[in-house]
Design a binder for this molecule. Sequence first.
Ligand SMILES: *Cc1c(COP(=O)(O)O)cnc(C)c1O
Length: 201
Amino acid sequence: MLELNKNKIPKIIAVSKTFPIEKILPLIEYGHKDFGENKVQECADKWRDVKLENKEIDLHLIGKLQRNKVKLAVEMFDYIHSVDNEKLAKKISEEAVKIKKIMKIFIQVNIGNENQKSGIDVEDLFKFYEYCKKLNLNVVGLMCIPPLNQDPQKFFIKMESLKKELNLEGLSMGMSADYLEAVKYSSSYVRIGSNIFGNRN
Ligand SMILES: *Cc1c(COP(=O)(O)O)cnc(C)c1O
């Protein structure tokens, strides 16, 4: 049996990217509340009406955010998981102020120190966290996508310890292939796509 740290049950973000709203509605009717999308425009097109009718739904942006999409992203999403540089954080903060929203964010960490990978370097994390707080962003926690084709365990361990050092509440980690491992290290938001909706093309 799987033992969860501190008996904290992680939230499941149903990652509905690429799937049409008809495939998602049964889950909403069932009462599921957290959904993840990776593209801002796709999210707006798909979710605007449904979200108006179901205010309790929380939408999570889990994909890379371009600065020219920030305004729409701040409008549509309840959480942004992919904040990883100062310019982006500043822009999010500015757009949030305009509509009087305290934006909930995760700082994405490049935990495998990979070239080309999104996320802030671990060595810059503490300074960036302070920067985000000054901007009046609500930093819920840290997010990562560990390197492909490697055992994710050591990366999850490192994430858990960074989260503790910063005294943060949340950890967004674990996908269909590795969520069971992630929850051992106190993940609080697992992002599950294909295990729920089936394979994407
Ligand atoms: C697509 C995606 C997921 C979900 O992936 P699955 O393997 O289908 O569970 C989780 N996190 C991010 C950042 C994604 O882009």
